[in-house]
Design a protein around this ligand. Sequence first.
Ligand code: MN
Length: 190
Amino acid sequence: MGPSPRRGSLDFVIQKHRARALHYDFRLEIGGVLASWSVPKGPTLQAGVRRLAMPTEDHPREYGRFEGVLPRSSGSGVVMLWDLGGYNPEVETSKGVRTEVVANADAVAESELKAGMLKFTLYGSKLRGSFALVRTGGIGGRDAWLLIKHKDMFCAPAYEAGDYDFSALTGRSMAQISAEGGGAPSTTLS
Ligand code: MN
């Protein structure tokens, strides 16, 4: 762990959020905002495992720096910066062969988001390597997406996000953040 040189053209952040139910807010910078999904079971590094990811509203990029306790007026709950870093979108250059896009990354990500098939490489402190977010048939009239880890050298069998209860920014656990409070959210949270 520890600081490493920034890689990836765009920001990503995953906020572990204990509200009514615990979930992980998975956010990718696209078009100047953080496109967002709520992942109840959290992301995993297990190859091919599909995690339900329900789309939520876009958030301002500044919100991606928030860790602390939200006031009830802002959605309430405890928020940890579980992972953060940069990412690059990927394009499939031939069947099964994905290549990272650095120049024009934002336009490519926006196009893939609209198409419901986002492929990307994460450079986080916990999550690394190639992933996909895929839109599937809706659940109860809402779009549902799946977060999937592609096979690569960063895959880890039995990886569960819940086994890593510490902030990528401060090292604090959810219990410590809850006890210490702090933070000044400038916006509401889903
Ligand atoms: Mn949330």
